[in-house]
Write a protein that binds this ligand. Sequence first.
Ligand code: FE2
Ligand code: FE2
Length: 283
Amino acid sequence: MKQHNIERIIDSIDKLPTLPVIYTKLTNILEQSNATINKIANVISEDQTIAAKVLKIVNSVFYGFPNKIASLQRAVVILGLKEIKNLVLATSTLKMFEQLQSGHELDMKSFWEHSIGCATSAKVLAEAAYLRNPEDVFTGGLLHDIGKLVHALYLPQEFSSVVADIRDTGMPMFESEKRIIGFTHDQTGRILAEKWGFPEEVTNMITEHHLNHEPCNLTKEVAAVHTGNILCIAFSLGSGGEKQVPIANQKAWEILGLRLGALESITGRIIKLFREAISILEL
Ligand SMILES: [Fe+2]
Ligand SMILES: [Fe+2]
């Protein structure tokens, strides 16, 4: 029965549409040695929704640039290729799943609020810990629970049983998924991330965000998403369906090298950025 569920998940992921074509095009262009700023900006402009969202994010308090960035060319120059690619990945995935909602038990509004809450918290932690790539961590946080969406869409009965089970027992969702589905949303997220060709570090943040695998690949980026997930649940920023605040892994906090005293200013910044992000992503 559980083996059957795993096959159903893999099968349904195979049937999912691919990411908007501009992400693949962008990945291909970036692999070429003659990629130019104009070529990259032109590919992004092919999808007006994504282009507009990228510019909106670049001009938000997330980046805090003093002057308005009016063109994609300028955005590519200022942010750099890798960061632009991850921003396009995040907006493409959002767009893709916006088209897939209905008829399941996951409250999509709350789910995206939780995803944005985790992305914001993880980014603020990454900045406080002086990681070199807080925007990649934002993308990892935004997509960390994407496997839950696959379960809700393609294993709706089992997903309902998991929701009822965690309501009754208060256990973490991944524990309940192991019992009922035989597969956890972080594992499902990894399969999806690999199929869609996400960058390795983003796939790793999705796979390891609960630090529930042995051995696990605990990087600083994973530590930021793991801790960010817990903080946003603690602050009730949206809901990914968990009923209790998960227990934080001590090693994740240690690897970030943050003092406990820093938590107050981190919290203030998370709440401020969260409100901004919700309005940018039009929830
Ligand atoms: Fe999760
Ligand atoms: Fe989560």
